[in-house]
Ligand binder design. Structure first.
Ligand code: GDP
Length: 363
């Protein structure tokens, strides 16, 4: 799963991208996808449940869940018309699972705003307009073929045409496809188009150092807008977070308490991005490692096992599952088992957030 970070120039994208990805750069050998391009980074998703687990199961290694973050530079007005950089920008967005848009809410006379004044809603609209236009183009290109097949009686194509017509009407009213509810069969019929305004989006309001909670009227406007368009919102002061990320643990704790934060806002952003992607975590816990794994909400036991290894999914027999609360109550897996609290779940089991699992499988 990957998220793409976008935004107009000078809103604090690179500052945030570097802060989010630098703190895990050193550990990235832990991650399977660690051949990282310059514009890609790994963000670990801090999870307080890991330290609750490792109080009772002491491992050699603790591995939090991680996300891939891609810095998608180069949004310009007219991107949808397919000029140079614009084209590349759009093709990057088509590939990500979710979008993180940084919007500038900080006032700083030393940092120029491309449009002359700080207006996060105008920034959001600039990018959204390009994405709406690009989606309309995609649908326009796809329609004739779908219509031809529909006339020939192809059931899938009939659904596709119906979906395209609904999407077009929605986009023409300048609404992102995120807010359009289609019957599942129609949504599936157009799922291969990579429609960009249908992707989940998180607005990251880059706020002033003096407004870490985002009380400024500009941030309220971002929240209002997000509520209308099905987006998430998180606040951060990218500049401050970049400074915090570079400190060692002791200085970091001191700085956080000085500015009145319980934890770096980067942690909150990582978790919000995870949520935006529709992910939750399950854990595996043993003496070698305790690890959090990302899995889509609603995934079954075999699908979760497949996140670890595709063989585990194919050969899935059953899962033995308990929760962090059980561990805190019984202190060890052995005692959980003895108390009859270790659940045995089969192939149809729908994973719950925070499940600690052993998978049994055939090879
Ligand atoms: P990008 O073009 O969106 O990648 O923006 P940058 O991350 O390069 O930031 C542009 C300028 O804004 C740099 O000079 C940053 O130091 C500054 N900047 C970034 N975040 C903040 C912030 O939260 N507050 C203030 N005052 N300046 C910031």
């Amino acid at each position: 799963m990957e998220a793409g970070i976008v935004g107009l120039p000078n809103v604090g994208k690179s500052t945030l991208f570097n802060a989010l990805t630098c703190s895990v750069a050193a550990q990235s050998a832990n991650y399977p996808f660690c051949t990282i391009e310059p514009n890609e980074g790994i963000v670990s998703v801090p999870d307080p449940r890991l330290s609750r687990i490792t109080k009772y199961i002491v491992p050699q290694k603790i591995i939090p869940a991680a996300l891939k973050l891609v810095d998608i530079a180069g949004i310009v007005k007219g991107a949808a018309e397919g000029e140079g950089l614009g084209n590349k920008f759009l093709s990057h967005i088509r590939q990500v699972d979710a979008i993180m848009q940084v919007v500038r809410c900080f006032e700083d006379p030393d940092v120029t705003h491309v449009a002359g004044n700080v207006d996060p809603i105008a920034d959001i609209d600039t990018i959204e307009t390009e994405l709406v236009l690009a989606d309309m183009q995609t649908l326009e290109n796809a329609l004739p073929k779908a219509q031809r097949s529909a006339r020939g009686g192809d059931k899938e194509a009939i659904l596709r045409v119906a979906a395209i017509e609904k999407c077009n009407a929605h986009l023409e009213s300048e609404q992102p496809l995120r807010t359009l509810v289609l019957p599942e069969t129609e949504a599936l019929a157009i799922s291969s188009y990579g429609l960009m305004t249908a992707k989940p989006i998180l607005y990251v309001a880059n706020v002033d150092e003096t407004d870490l909670e985002g009380k400024h009227e500009l941030v309220d406007r971002v929240r209002e807008h997000a509520a209308k368009t099905g987006a998430g919102v998180a606040c951060v002061c990218a500049k401050l977070e970049a400074e915090i990320a570079e400190l060692d643990e002791e200085d970091r704790a001191e700085m956080l308490s000085d500015v009145g934060l319980e934890e770096p806002s980067l942690n909150v952003i990582a978790r919000e991005t995870y949520k935006t992607l529709g992910l939750q975590s399950f854990f595996t816990a043993g003496e070698t490692e305790v690890r959090a794994w990302p899995v889509p909400v609603g995934a079954t036991g075999p699908q979760a096992a497949g996140v670890i290894h595709s063989d585990f999914e194919r050969g899935f027999i059953r899962a033995e599952i308990y929760q962090v609360d059980d561990l805190e109550q019984y202190k060890s897996e052995k005692e959980i088992r003895a108390a009859g609290k270790l659940r045995i779940e089969g192939k149809a089991y729908v994973m719950q957030d925070g499940d600690i699992c052993h998978f049994l499988f055939n090879v």
